[in-house]
Design a protein around this ligand. Structure first.
Ligand SMILES: O=C(O)C(O)[C@@H](O)[C@H](O)[C@H](O)COP(=O)(O)O
Length: 222
């Protein structure tokens, strides 16, 4: 593990994403960026926040969210606010994936409407990946995995036995709607999972496979 190489990777990814947003903003009013939560993107968020952009024309959403309070420790929205929406980047429009409803099933329709109203196709969808091959909240053991892989609804409430909280995820169909797709991962373990994903085709076993043909630009560091 190397903090330096992860920082360099984050800076390279931030520059590539900023450039993609600039290219799209030269021909459209607003550009949409889809980011992932978890721990990997933190240095990327900080690097992107430092990039010069017309942030007031940038929309940001998450690929998925845990159904927790927006200021809760496990909230991806909290992470985005703390690390990405800082300085000039605070002018971006951030659209959270949670509502005041008690469950994601109750909130899913309102979230889907919000999501559908954004500037699709996204400029960039940045995906993360877990050691089990999940991406967004498309986990191999999600009860709604088949639905989330097949539906044309923008967002799906998911229950996943391996995860402590219920979640909401953008559907695979919605995550496909982008000009560019990036996989941002670090560490040898995840590189090995990606190699495994590339050598097979069962999406339900390793859901990241649903995006390998996007094409998916991989940003990896040890
Ligand atoms: O909310 C989340 O957890 C995600 O969006 C998720 O899909 C994440 O990208 C992977 O779990 C990798 O997470 P790490 O970066 O923490 O390894």
């Amino acid at each position: 593990m190397s903090d330096e190489s992860r920082k360099r990777l984050a800076a390279q990814l931030a520059e590539a994403v900023a450039e993609a947003l600039r290219v799209d903003l030269a021909r459209q009013d607003h550009a949409l960026l889809v980011v992932s939560g978890g721990s990997t993107p933190v240095p990327f968020f900080a690097a992107l926040a430092a990039c010069e952009l017309p942030w007031e024309r940038v929309q940001v959403i998450l690929a998925d969210e845990r159904w927790v309070a927006e200021d809760g420790d496990d909230s991806n929205a909290r992470l985005v606010r703390a690390h990405l929406l800082q300085g000039p980047a605070a002018a971006a429009t951030f659209v959270p994936l949670t509502t005041a409803d008690a469950t994601p099933e109750q909130g899913a329709e309102a979230v889907a409407e919000r999501v559908a109203g954004l500037a699709w196709p996204a400029s960039v969808v940045i995906l993360g990946m877990g050691g089990d091959g999940h991406t967004a909240s498309l986990f191999p053991d999600s009860r709604e995995l088949d639905l989330a892989l097949a539906t044309d609804a923008p967002a799906v409430a998911v229950r996943t036995p391996s995860q402590p909280q219920p979640r909401i995820t953008l559907s695979a169909d919605r995550l496909h709607q982008a000009h560019r797709h990036v996989l941002h991962i670090t560490g040898d373990d995840k590189r090995a999972v990606l190699a495994r994903a590339l050598s097979g085709d069962d999406v339900r076993e390793l859901p990241i496979r649903a995006f390998l043909a996007c094409p998916l630009a991989t940003y990896w560091a040890p």
